[in-house]
Design a protein around this ligand. Structure first.
Ligand SMILES: Cc1cc2nc3c(=O)[nH]c(=O)nc-3n(C[C@H](O)[C@H](O)[C@H](O)COP(=O)(O)O)c2cc1C
Length: 185
């Protein structure tokens, strides 16, 4: 029997399994990702985010954020982004290139209802994110439903690196149904 990292199908299944765990389990390494966007000035931007959803069937990944944050402006300018994950335990890097839809209002009411109060205060706050402050004590946390946004990422490709005795790299693209191909690592 071959190991999961020896076949394209094995790698694709492992990647979605790890992403699913990441979305469900806060102890999973793939609970956190770097979300890279195109900055408003044209350069790259990146920040850590929590993975909130992963669907292998739809090929989507989900993140939640404050609608007033700069990343939302960036994504409205250029909806193409990358979510980058690393799992030390399995030695797997996943680079998920996504096209992001920013969902707000009624479209995210079901997710808002599931959030505990302690999490709701992450979406709101005065003044808005990135506003310069004379004094950090001037910042007030508030839960504002209208500031809650879901970044729904339609995966266009998964670029996966496995660091084993032999390093392997595979690329899975939506355009051919994520059939997959090997790349030189
Ligand atoms: C471990 C960690 C997890 C984070 N998770 C999120 C998240 O899920 N959503 C989010 O909007 N910001 C999250 N942040 C804060 C972002 O990294 C970032 O500082 C903030 O969203 C402002 O980013 P922006 O100005 O690029 O929009 C997290 C930060 C850390 C350190």
């Amino acid at each position: 029997m071959s190991e999961w990292f020896e076949t394209l199908e094995g790698i694709r299944e492992k990647a979605w399994h790890l992403l699913g765990q990441g979305a469900e389990d806060s102890r999973s390494a793939m609970h956190l990702a770097a979300l890279a966007t195109v900055g408003l000035g044209g350069g790259g931007e990146a920040r850590m985010v929590v993975l909130r959803g992963a669907s292998a069937a739809d090929g989507t990944l989900e993140v939640q954020t404050d609608r007033a944050s700069r990343k939302v402006d960036e994504l409205q300018g250029t909806p193409l982004a990358t979510l980058l994950f690393w799992d030390q335990e399995t030695s797997v890097q996943i680079r998920a290139r996504v096209r992001i839809d920013v969902l707000t209002g009624d479209a995210v009411e079901d997710r808002w209802q599931k959030l505990p109060d302690a999490a709701r205060v992450n979406y709101g706050g005065q003044p808005a994110p990135s506003t310069p402050l004379d004094d950090p004590a001037r910042y007030r946390e508030t839960a504002e439903r209208d500031r809650f946004a879901v970044l729904l990422g339609e995966v266009s490709s998964l670029d996966i690196v496995h660091l084993g005795d032999v390093h392997r790299r595979a690329l899975f693209e939506r355009k051919d149904g994520f059939a997959g191909m090997w790349l030189a690592p």
